[in-house]
Design a protein around this ligand. Structure first.
Ligand code: SAM
Length: 274
């Protein structure tokens, strides 16, 4: 950063503090197109991946740190603002007692639904009306870990850019493509899909280990309460079930997604020693 740093912010009434705090609400994330990411490591990875940084709130006095300087340089390149401030204001913005030393406000990225192209090596995960931000964040993290291409959010879903979802994704939000579409548009995409669409559903009779996950693959997961709609189930080339041995009637959505993704990964990239 070649420009001198501004004076530290000390008042909760400061407009920039209020603006960053408002990013906890979907309405303001929609209005601005921004979202909050916390932590030095996450913000650094985002910047390295080319995400646009609008604001960097950080603990006053840390602007010269070796790890903070590249973030300030990215901020200058992106025309953003550096916001040194007190720990209590960082805490106020993050909503946590022990806030991270840096908080970034980044520009959201949404993939054009028309570019949800089939990919032989990297699968898409489609989520029907996912409601829980923790589930969505965990699914983004698992999608990234298994090399999935991205997540298709069908219908009325929780926001992947909410503070809770971003936190649960542990930075993976910056490495998976995100697409939003209606159920009708997904059904159109499914009708022309050249590969497998594997849906997971409790009424299915096929064991999830007995199907072929060769790409181009869409893995389709149901809503936490209602499961998949009948139309979505019909659009699948295969419907699978994970065995339930105890008294619970279903698995948590993120757990079910993880199990299925790892089976797909095992088939597509078998371990070398057999
Ligand atoms: N009551 C819901 C139902 O009837 O489908 C339970 C939904 S479950 C919490 C959320 C999603 O995780 C399901 O729609 C399905 O995609 C997946 N899932 C969870 N457990 C599963 C299982 N044992 N077999 C197949 N899919 C499962």
């Amino acid at each position: 950063m070649t420009q001198p740093l501004p004076d530290p912010i000390t008042s909760a009434g400061n407009t920039e503090v209020k603006r960053l705090r408002s990013l906890h609400e979907r309405k303001y994330r929609r209005q601005t197109g921004w979202f909050l990411a916390e932590g030095l490591r996450t913000c650094t990875e985002a910047v390295e991946l080319g995400w646009r940084l609008h604001r960097l709130a950080f603990l006053d006095g840390r602007g010269g740190d070796r790890m903070v300087r590249p973030l300030l340089a990215a901020l200058e390149r992106d025309g953003g603002r550096a916001l040194p401030m007190t720990e209590s204001l960082l805490s106020r913005i993050s909503g946590k007692d022990n806030p991270q030393m840096v908080l970034g406000a980044f520009e959201q990225r949404w993939q054009n639904p028309d570019r949800t192209s089939p990919d032989t090596d990297r699968c898409w995960i489609a989520l029907d009306r996912v409601r829980d931000p923790g589930n969505l964040g965990t699914i983004m993290r698992t999608a990234d870990a298994t090399g999935a291409r991205g997540i298709i959010l069908i219908g009325d879903c929780t926001d992947p850019y909410s503070v809770e979802a971003v936190r649960a994704s542990m930075g993976a939000v910056f490495n998976v493509e995100l697409v939003q579409m209606s159920e009708a548009d997904f059904l159109k995409l499914a009708a022309g899909w050249p590969g497998q669409i594997v849906g997971t559903a409790l009424p299915a009779s096929r064991d999830y280990r007995k199907v072929d996950y060769a790409g181009p693959l869409i893995l389709l997961m149901g809503n936490e309460q209602a499961g998949l709609t009948p139309a979505l189930m019909k659009a699948c080339t295969q419907l699978v079930r994970m065995p339930m041995m105890g008294r619970s009637d279903s698995l948590n959505l993120a757990v079910a997604t993880g199990i299925t993704l790892y089976e797909a990964l095992r088939q597509q990239h078998p371990p070398e020693d057999g």
